[in-house]
Design a protein around this ligand. Structure first.
Ligand code: SF4
Length: 397
């Protein structure tokens, strides 16, 4: 029998072995960035009532039978809250759910909200992974994105976070900004790696309908970057950060070390491998197979609902077999390790390689996909066409 190398056998865990994750959405921002379509409001007067409502939701939430090993506090801008509130949220969550004592506890933070004092206290509150929305070090880019901080402030936030003993730090950067040249993007990446984060998330700028930037695009206020140049920047990112010791493990995510690095986001990997997660807070999603839930995207309605002792769920969808297979393929192909075919076939009583024999052969010839009897994954070239390839592999009768 051919056994996989011990390291790989140990590290590649499959969904059924994985503890679940908890996501908490803090729906407040100091101002709205022009590209952002995450749910958040800038009226901070609801903070107190929101925190009371969140405490109720933590108690009423389903999922108490599950084991959790990650808590992700995102938003919005969680770092807008005082550290005592973050400490209270973590304590209440840990008391209500079966949260591992070594859980990864991530908080998203905007550099404009950080200082040495609150960072120290966020650390003491239990945050052990910080993800900083730096986005760019170029002031012109930051202005275009509607960010409140300068490039220098972004870098300073990373430096003081390190001084406050945060070891595990992610930096978010954005590429594909109109007018951005390869040289400018490489400069951003270089400045990012100079700060020695353990993780980099490099997102392509998208123009979502309803955002300020989406509206400006409709009015033809600027010309978006052509797709071919965006693909160049994506390839450049992978090779540049690889030369600095970071490995791509998902379309937009790079961790310091090898493809099995412990600096990969434990929480976000659950989304890509169909592990259950509970979402709390306005607009948060939950997934306890085969059901997906969505909370109300309104702070006022969220508060009202919890005052009535009702869960603030606005939508509940029971996924059928084809929908579940589609999700597993679509999300599984986001990770550079791809997805496990043995589990997939066993779970859905199917034979993936047989079912998609023809498109797989075509994609293999194009060097877009790699398969063996255990796994199916995209190549670096294939990742550029993730959506189209996933569509070819999810046409179920
Ligand atoms: S990008 Fe972050 S800081 Fe900006 S509006 Fe969206 S959630 Fe708020």
């Amino acid at each position: 029998m051919n056994l996989p190398p011990l390291k790989e056998a140990f590290i590649i865990k499959e969904p059924q072995d994985e503890p679940a994750g908890i996501y908490i959405h803090i729906p407040f921002c100091l101002s709205k960035c022009s590209y952002c379509d995450f749910f958040s409001i800038t009226d901070l007067s609801f903070k107190g009532e929101f925190l009371n409502a969140l405490s109720r939701e933590i108690i009423l939430s389903p999922g108490k039978h599950l084991k959790f090993d990650s808590l992700y506090i995102g938003g919005g801008t969680p770092s807008i809250l005082p550290p005592e509130s973050i400490a209270e949220i973590i304590d209440k969550t840990a008391a209500a759910f079966n949260l591992d004592s070594n859980a990864e506890i991530t908080m998203e933070a905007n550099p404009a909200t950080l200082n040495r004092e609150n960072l120290k206290q966020f650390k003491m509150a239990g945050i052990n992974r910080l993800t900083l929305g730096v986005q760019s070090f170029d002031c012109k880019n930051l202005k275009f994105l509607g960010r409140l901080h300068s490039g220098k402030e972004g870098a300073y936030a990373v430096e003081i976070a390190r001084k406050c003993d945060f070891e595990n730090i992610n930096i978010d950067l954005i590429y594909g900004i109109p007018g951005q040249t390869e040289k400018m993007w490489l400069k951003d990446l270089q400045q990012g790696v100079n700060l020695e984060p353990t993780h980099l998330s490099c997102y392509m700028l998208t123009f979502e309908p309803g955002t300020e930037m989406g509206k400006r695009l409709q009015k033809k206020d600027f010309r978006p970057m052509p797709e071919s140049r965006i693909c160049n920047l994506m390839n450049l990112t992978t090779s540049f950060v690889a030369s600095k010791g970071y490995t791509r493990y998902e379309i937009s995510n790079y961790a310091l070390g090898t493809s099995c690095s412990d600096y990969r986001s434990r929480h976000n990997r659950k989304y890509w491998s169909s592990v259950p997660y509970i979402g709390l807070g306005p607009s948060a999603h939950s997934f306890i197979e085969p059901v997906r839930y969505k909370n109300i995207s309104s702070v006022k309605e969220y508060i009202k609902s919890l005052k009535r002792e009702e869960l603030p769920v606005e939508g509940k969808e029971l996924l059928n077999k084809n929908q579940r297979m589609t999700e597993e393929i679509l999300l599984g192909l986001r990770e550079t390790n791809g997805f496990n075919l043995l589990n997939f076939n066993q779970k859905f009583k199917t034979d993936f390689l047989k079912k998609f024999h023809d498109p797989i052969k075509t994609l293999e010839k194009l060097k877009f996909i790699q398969t063996n009897k255990n796994r199916c994954k995209l190549t670096n070239q294939g990742i550029l066409y993730h959506n189209s390839i996933a569509a070819m592999l999810t046409e179920f009768e």
